[in-house]
Design a protein around this ligand. Sequence first.
Ligand SMILES: NC(=O)c1ccc[n+]([C@@H]2O[C@H](COP(=O)([O-])OP(=O)(O)OC[C@H]3O[C@@H](n4cnc5c(N)ncnc54)[C@H](OP(=O)(O)O)[C@@H]3O)[C@@H](O)[C@H]2O)c1
Length: 347
Amino acid sequence: MEVTNKYIVIKHHIDGAPQESDFELKTEAFSLSTKPGKNEFIVKNLYLSIDPYQLNRMKNQSPAQRALDYVDAIIPGKPITALGVGRVVASGNSEFNKDELVCGLLSWGEYSVIKEVGGLLRKVDAMGFPISYHAGVLGFGGLTAYAGFFEVCKPKKGEKVFVSAAAGSVGSLVGQYAKLFGCYVVGCAGSSKKVDLLKQNLGFDEAFNYKEETDLKATLKRYFPDGIDIYFDNVGAEMLEAAIENMKPFGRVAACGVIAEYTDKGRRASLDMVHVVYKSITIQGFSVSDQMNVYTNFLSATIEPLRTGKLHVLEDISRGVESIPSAFVGLFRGDNVGKKLVQVAED
Ligand SMILES: NC(=O)c1ccc[n+]([C@@H]2O[C@H](COP(=O)([O-])OP(=O)(O)OC[C@H]3O[C@@H](n4cnc5c(N)ncnc54)[C@H](OP(=O)(O)O)[C@@H]3O)[C@@H](O)[C@H]2O)c1
């Protein structure tokens, strides 16, 4: 059977803040049958994950493009691979059968052809949860928060934790894992609505709007008069500089992402290394793709609080392939509250 497949491409490389006009919707005739003798299968995309790291793939060049397999350069005019959840509609692969739900690298379109089953692709048992959860809280966003907090930061009960982009996909879960574990948690976000949400709905001890602060070092001193044990960094730049100055001896920084630097290649954190040396601070970068070994532990730690409502899920869902450019551009303006997803089709 032949259908029409709508998909999104970039018109050219994007080296600053992305605009909707940088993207184009394309349409192609698409066969829903697999070719005989090929090991491939076809997935109808249901929910696509909208992730900041994609911007580093869209640049003319970025060190990110040489670091990880799934962060390769996106070529203008060509389909864009992206994390998501979908249903197999045709298969020539004996391991993946028609009607099974899968999660992993799909593409920013209505259908994906999976030619190679890489390490990120797996079958999904929905376990009674909404399918969207498997592209967010039970997918790579959740695993990033869990692994970054427990494996990289190695928390102890009672420690003082600071999280940036705290109302986003990863940040909102890091803060909640930290609270459930018994830490004191302060988050920052870019609007008063997000700040209220962190304190009133997600149980953060404190939160502040970083856009209203003129001296971030003094702000963090106000919230952490005795210093920060753990900083979970999603943004980099000035916030990282301010956190380093306020860390306690033997503090840990998880370098999860530097979104403030993705849109401006001249913007860098300039760290006062005297703090790092004299306070024996550890700064550790990590990638979720290197954390698949803790996936089972992550699920065990997440399912029970999800079922009992102790872990709140923030989802921000747009609908239709056409909404992908605005959903993506919105990440860099702070439009999203929680995990940004695009629902491409009903199941
Ligand atoms: N290491 C890994 O494996 C891994 C995996 C997933 C994500 N990440 C990284 O984790 C970070 C968060 O990703 P996410 O998927 O959870 O996105 P997200 O937090 O849901 O969305 C991005 C948020 O970043 C904030 N932001 C945008 N531009 C900013 C700027 N110039 N300065 C400060 N904040 C800004 C906005 O919130 P405000 O309104 O608060 O400004 C926006 O809502 C990103 O840096 C991402 O690259 C890393």
